[in-house]
Write a protein that binds this ligand. Structure first.
Ligand code: NAI
Ligand code: MG
Length: 341
């Protein structure tokens, strides 16, 4: 067992962030994996204190530890500062966004079998933030796709498919309309795909993919796509397994990785201790996988699965009345019982 603690940057975040991060920290500690948390402020709190929602010290801290567990950060709509989440991903070149979508027994959904991983290119596409007014009333927003980033994310997706024992990669695109940009993305994947004869490969146009996902979600295994389609499809897929409360994610680069829930700061329920902490907890499990603590990560998933299967502790998004704290306690109790057994 490791004795030197892992140093991990902790960003509590905005809205429900601090409430769910607290639970995730307790759950990680209950696994017995030694961690030294290094907490830094970003988002609204940092804006008030340092005049910048993303002070340099936050990026420095993540560069130093190489790993961060992060709560959601609010982005003002339309006006105001640029998304801090997008800035973090770009500054650290966290090019791969990995979003496992798994249906747990005990969660009410119309589908029995959903087990897919959405891999979203995280640095380009329409998220470049390159917009300008051409003349009043006319705006251009630039979609940037490069061969380099497309090859890199394709390689990542097929490597992950192999490592996680997945059978198939589905590339999702709109190359019939965006022949140059999505065409380049698809060409890059085809170049990489041939190196992985052990992994099945198919292509789907994004609108069809969206329809298939709500009719036959079980047909998807690894979904590889661009930034915008990945953003939308991963919220859609989260809806198939009980909502955003169950959707974890990892943002992975060559030098750093940031783990966070797919959902945002949920201002409508912030401060009420009713947010579902499971997405954040499952993100922490992905973090442990990344650190090589696969066994501890598995124990967390088992504990979450056990609590959900039992069905006694359910937060309001699951139709229950349990608090965030109670959900956290139930997961920790399962972990401790499993350790004692
Ligand atoms: P949201 O994901 O915060 O909330 C959407 C809906 O889902 C709300 O009704 C919310 O109450 C519910 N919800 C979300 N997480 C939940 C949880 N853990 N338990 C129970 N219910 C939950 O999306 P919204 O409202 O569009 O965005 C709010 C803010 O979050 C915005 O400023 C947005 O920019 C930011 N955001 C940040 C992200 C990040 O930090 N990576 C990702 C997405 C949004
Ligand atoms: Mg999103």
């Amino acid at each position: 067992m490791k004795t030197q603690p892992y140093r991990i940057t902790l960003i509590p975040g905005d809205g429900i962030g601090p409430e769910i991060i607290r639970v995730a920290v307790q759950v990680v500690e209950a696994t017995g994996v030694p961690v030294q948390w290094e907490e830094v402020e970003a988002g609204e709190a940092a804006l008030g204190r340092y005049g910048d929602p993303l002070p340099e010290r936050v990026i420095d801290a993540i560069r130093r530890t190489g790993v961060a567990l992060k709560g959601p950060l609010t982005t003002p709509v339309g006006t105001g500062y640029r998304s801090v989440n997008v800035r973090i991903r770009k500054l650290l070149d966290l090019y791969a966004n990995v979003r496992p979508v798994v249906k747990f027994e005990g969660v009410k959904t119309p589908f029995d079998r959903v087990d897919m991983v959405i891999i979203r290119e995280n640095t380009e596409d329409l998220y470049s933030g390159l917009e300008h007014v051409v003349v009043p009333g006319v705006v251009e927003s630039l979609k940037v796709i490069t061969e380099k980033a497309s090859l890199r994310i394709a390689r990542f997706a097929f490597d992950l498919a192999r490592k996680w024992g997945r059978k198939k990669v589905t590339a999702v695109h709109k190359a019939n309309i965006m022949k140059l940009s999505d065409g380049l993305f698809l060409e890059a994947i085809r170049k990489v795909e041939v190196d992985y004869p052990d992994v099945e490969y198919e292509e789907l146009i994004v609108d069809n993919a969206a329809m298939q996902m709500v009719i036959r979600p079980e047909r998807f295994d690894v979904v590889l796509t661009e930034n915008l389609y990945g953003d939308i499809l991963s919220d859609l897929a989260a809806g198939l397994v009980g909502g955003l409360g169950f959707a974890p994610s990892a943002n992975i680069g060559d030098d750093a990785a940031v783990f966070e829930a797919v959902h945002g700061s949920a201002p409508d329920i912030a401060g009420k201790n009713i947010a579902n902490p499971i997405a954040m907890v499952l993100s922490a499990a992905l973090m442990l996988d990344h650190l090589g603590e696969m066994e501890a990560a598995r124990r967390i998933r088992d504990a979450v699965a056990a609590v959900l299967k039992e069905g006694k502790v359910r937060t309001p998004d699951m139709g229950g009345t349990a608090t965030t704290t109670e959900m956290g306690e139930a997961i920790v109790a399962h972990l401790q019982n499993a350790r004692a057994a």
